[in-house]
Design a protein around this ligand. Sequence first.
Ligand code: ABN
Length: 172
Amino acid sequence: MASFDRNFETAARRLAMLTSRRSVIARIGKLLLGAAVIAPLLPMDRSFRALASTVPDENEMDPGKCSYWKHCALDGMLCSCCGGSGHECPPGTQISSVSWVGTCRNGRENKSYLVSYTDCCGRSSCGECMCNSNVGERPGYVMGRHNDINWCVANAETAYNCTVTLIVGVVE
Ligand code: ABN
């Protein structure tokens, strides 16, 4: 072990005599700079970065769930659980003449949409699949930014049954 230490010391001293500290630092600097310049050019798969931002949770793609991407600003019951569908009122109800809108991101397309939440009116509350996601909602005293409202109040039949979700625009 002593001879190994001695040999190592001798080699280290020889190297120290041949090289200045400054030149070692300069070489390390050049190596780091070279790596930083060359690394981005290497043919490596970097697609995981894009995937991380676009692959949505599977619940975000299920229209029957409150976590469905289009339901991001919804406060109401899904008409698909009440005899209608995601975009059609149940038989015997009428679509409200006013509605609430929110901006929701479709994680699969990595695009945002303007989505309207329109109530179906004329029958009492369906009581199924209550969702309360409320992205972008503000308290009731912030006029026009509160969605806990029965939009059927503008209809002849004001009873609230459920809510349908429609895409009304693409956010560029
Ligand atoms: N827009 C859904 C709703 C209906 C009644 C009360 C609150 C919210």
